[in-house]
Design a protein around this ligand. Structure first.
Ligand code: NAG
Ligand code: NAG
Ligand code: NAG
Ligand code: NAG
Ligand code: NAG
Ligand code: NAG
Ligand code: NAG
Ligand code: NAG
Ligand code: NAG
Ligand code: NAG
Ligand code: NAG
Length: 658
């Protein structure tokens, strides 16, 4: 290092050191009035205490009031308050430590009862004790103020020289006793030490002492080492309390940035610096630079702290965010924000990426499975069928599995409206609020699958008000689903078996239902392009809507019968037709009709198909029409489309229900 550089560095260090020293000394400055000695020996003399007059003009006392007047013996650096040596003065605590005399009684000609004549300051209650040391001794502390006397004291008995039982080191009550100082002990009229017995050789000692300034020892019974002991006094300003200064502030001792503070146990008042200020309130408090002390600010560093009069605040440099306080601190807005956003985005991207990859995988798997089922369930055949359909407006809808799961609340059991060998029927709610019946087939083998697709194809080809409408199907699952229009009033079977009372109206309704069912079957047999044979007509397969209109359903066993091909019925003949009639059904009004229907039913039950009327004939056989018989003449001549009624199992149903 070059000599020049070194010198500069040293100069800089010195300058820095001086600044530090100046800062460190700052709070101790101006503890006295100008021109007054601030110390006596090594004892600080803060105002309102003072020694003599100021050296500067105009000469004035260095103390606030006469009671704060101290004397410094420059020859031995002894600071005196009256005749008591001052040890220290504390402005903040408003206390002063002085050396006070020990009272002594040895014999009638050798004793000492010290006192404090001034009532200026009171004996600090919480900093001192009153003690008596000796055997068969007692001590009394007498205070007299405003013509009132307060006394306290303690006694100690040893009963001879029972020195062994005396607790060495503690003032336990034998050899040494101690008591607390009562309040308002100001003027000490006397401290007395005394003995109970003339025979005691040793002296007794009584004294006030600051805590921990005196430790008892057995040896003190023979020779007591102290003439004086430290005593703490509480000092106050003036003679009255703060309220007085609300009107007259002239005599007010509390200067800038300080306030008056009453004491509950003493006369006079005290001054305390306002919050955020420090120093001597009797000279004026100065602002605390909180930024210089880490204890007084919560800023992250001194550079982030701005001191204000009585307070401070923390800040962040330009371009940074935050409050500059511990905890939040400061951070570069952009960089940190970018970083946070970047990290967050990365995490989100990663998460979403992996999630979507997984979902895609799952979806592919599912859609492959669905495709497989769709094919298995004859989806392609159905699509082919549907595509060749002329009337595409009636196109059967292909529902997705999701749609139907949603409609049935994932096939909630509470929505089941029917179940049996064919499978389960759920009530479902489509998104357009349409109520549907969803049939979940129970398919056990391939042949039944065929049956299922058959029903789809059959039903998708017919549009008749008495045939339950197939709205669509779902082939995406192992078990295919069919979606029908929802028919409210249950089956004819239920209708017949729940109706207790039978009257003319019931008969009319029944007849209409039968006619409608017959009409539907007739339509299936003849009107559709290819004859459809239901093969499982029974009351349980005829549904009723809210107006009791019949809706033929369940075409699972149906067949599309090619032209010119008819099937031979393999029906059982049930002989006593009229036995099964409900007894109360017949009345004068409907008797004729019932007989006609019964005859018709009987015709349908003939073994020879040629002898049975066609379904169309059955359907048009309106009992209330007069010429019904004649209209049926020559009906079989058209031939090809005629399917005898017995071929449908309606023949079994009619007599049973009648
Ligand atoms: C404190 O002392 C300095 C000089 O040491 C003086 O300039 C200043 O006026 C004093 N302040 C008060 C309040 O006495
Ligand atoms: C202040 O102290 C100096 C010596 O330390 C002494 O000479 C001087 O008399 C003292 N002034 C007062 C007013 O006591
Ligand atoms: C101190 O000054 C006052 C006047 O301000 C004067 O009356 C008094 O005699 C002086 N005391 C001493 C010791 O100089
Ligand atoms: C000052 O101290 C010396 C030495 O202890 C003593 O002789 C003298 O009397 C004292 N002066 C006062 C005024 O107390
Ligand atoms: C009192 O005690 C002192 C010593 O402590 C002794 O010198 C003096 O003679 C005693 N006086 C009487 C009357 O006992
Ligand atoms: C105390 O008593 C004296 C005389 O007995 C009397 O002059 C004085 O006023 C009394 N002081 C108070 C504060 O009562
Ligand atoms: C009592 O204790 C003091 C100090 O704790 C010790 O110097 C002294 O010898 C002790 N006296 C006895 C009799 O033990
Ligand atoms: C102590 O001695 C004095 C005179 O010697 C006597 O008057 C007094 O009664 C004695 N006190 C006790 C407690 O013995
Ligand atoms: C008295 O004892 C306490 C603790 O035991 C100690 O801190 C204190 O300094 C002692 N006081 C004296 C005057 O020896
Ligand atoms: C202040 O002193 C007055 C009488 O001088 C008294 O009435 C008042 O209660 C005192 N207030 C407090 C807070 O001690
Ligand atoms: C009054 O003084 C006491 C003791 O000095 C202190 O604890 C208290 O905070 C002060 N009150 C105010 C309002 O400054």
């Amino acid at each position: 290092m070059e000599p020049l550089q070194l010198r500069e560095v040293l100069m800089f260090a010195l300058g820095l050191a001086m600044v530090v020293v100046a800062v460190a000394l700052a709070p101790d400055q101006n503890q006295t009035l100008p021109g007054c000695n601030s110390t006596c020996g090594n004892i600080q003399i803060p105002y309102p205490f003072g020694v003599g007059n100021s050296s500067t003009q105009p000469q004035q006392p260095c103390y606030l009031e006469p009671k704060f007047h101290l004397v410094c013996n420059n020859s031995n650096s002894n600071l005196l308050w009256a005749d008591l040596t001052v040890l220290s003065i504390n402005v903040q605590a408003h206390q002063m430590d002085v050396m006070f005399w020990v009272a002594r009684f040895c014999n009638d000609s050798d004793y000492n009862n010290p006192w404090i004549t001034t009532a200026a300051f009171s004996i600090s209650r919480n900093k001192n004790k009153f003690l008596t040391v000796g055997c068969d001794s007692y001590g009394i502390l007498n205070s007299n103020y405003e013509n009132r006397t307060y006394s306290t004291g303690c006694l100690t008995k040893c009963y001879g020289n029972n020195v062994e039982i005396i607790d060495n080191g503690t003032c336990s009550g034998i050899g040494c006793c101690q008591v607390d100082i009562p309040p308002r002990m100001r003027r000490i009229s006397s401290i007395q030490a005394a003995t109970f017995s003339n025979s005691t050789r040793d002296c007794s000692y009584s004294f006030l002492a600051k805590h921990n300034s005196y430790n008892f020892s057995i040896s003190h019974l023979q020779s007591f080492p102290y003439v004086t002991l430290p005593l703490v006094v509480d000092w106050t300003v003036g003679e009255r309390n703060c309220s007085r200064f609300e009107s007259s502030r002239n005599e007010y001792a509390c200067k800038d940035h300080s306030h008056c503070n009453d004491t509950d146990t003493d006369i006079g008042y005290r001054c305390t610096c306002d919050h955020g200020y420090q120093g001597n309130p009797y000279l004026g408090c100065t602002d605390i630079n909180e930024c210089k002390s880490t204890d007084m600010n919560t800023c992250i560093s001194e550079q982030n702290c701005i001191n204000t009069d009585g307070s401070h605040y923390c800040f962040c440099p330009k371009g940074q965010s935050g409050n500059g306080k511990m905890g939040e601190g400061c951070y570069r807005k952009n960089a940190v924000t970018k970083l946070v956003i970047g990290v967050a985005a990365a995490i989100v991207t990663l998460f979403m990426g992996s999630t979507s990859l997984y979902l895609i995988y799952q979806k592919r798997k599912l859609s492959k499975l669905r495709e497989k089922y769709f094919k298995q369930n004859g989806g392609s055949i159905l699509l082919q069928q549907l595509s060749t359909r002329e009337n595409s407006s009636r196109m059967t809808l292909i529902f997705t599995e999701e749609q139907l799961k949603k409609a049935t609340n994932n096939f909630d059991e509470s929505l089941i409206i029917g179940s049996g060998g064919f499978g389960t029927v759920f009530k479902g709610f489509l998104e357009n609020n349409r109520i549907v019946a969803i049939k979940k087939s129970k398919i056990v083998d391939e042949s039944q699958k065929e049956q299922f697709i058959n029903e789809v194809i059959v039903l998708s080809q017919i549009n008749h008000r008495n045939v339950v409408k197939l709205l669509g199907c779902c082939l995406e699952r192992e078990v295919p689903l069919l979606v029908y229009e929802f028919v409210e009033n249950g089956t004819v079977f239920d209708f017949l078996h729940t109706q207790k009372k039978v009257n003319t109206e019931t008969w009319k309704t029944r007849l209409r239902i039968a006619a409608e069912a017959a009409g539907a079957l007739s339509y299936l047999h003849s009107a559709a392009s290819v004859p459809i044979i239901h093969r499982d007509v029974k009351t349980a397969n005829i549904l009723l809507d809210n107006t009791y209109t019949a809706k033929v359903s369940d075409f699972g066993a149906s067949r599309l019968v090619p032209l010119d091909q008819t099937e031979i019925a393999t029906m059982v003949q049930e002989d006593h037709l009229f036995d099964v009639l409900q007894v109360d059904m017949v009345n004068e009004e409907n008797e004729k009709e019932i007989i006609e229907v019964a005859i018709l039913a009987a015709r349908c039950l003939r073994l020879n198909g040629e002898e049975r009327p066609s379904m169309k004939e059955v359907a048009t056989e309106q009992p209330d029409l007069e010429e019904k018989e004649s209209r049926s003449a020559g009906r079989r001549k058209r031939g090809v489309q005629i399917v005898p009624c017995g071929n449908a199992r309606v023949v079994r149903a009619i007599p049973k229900s009648l």
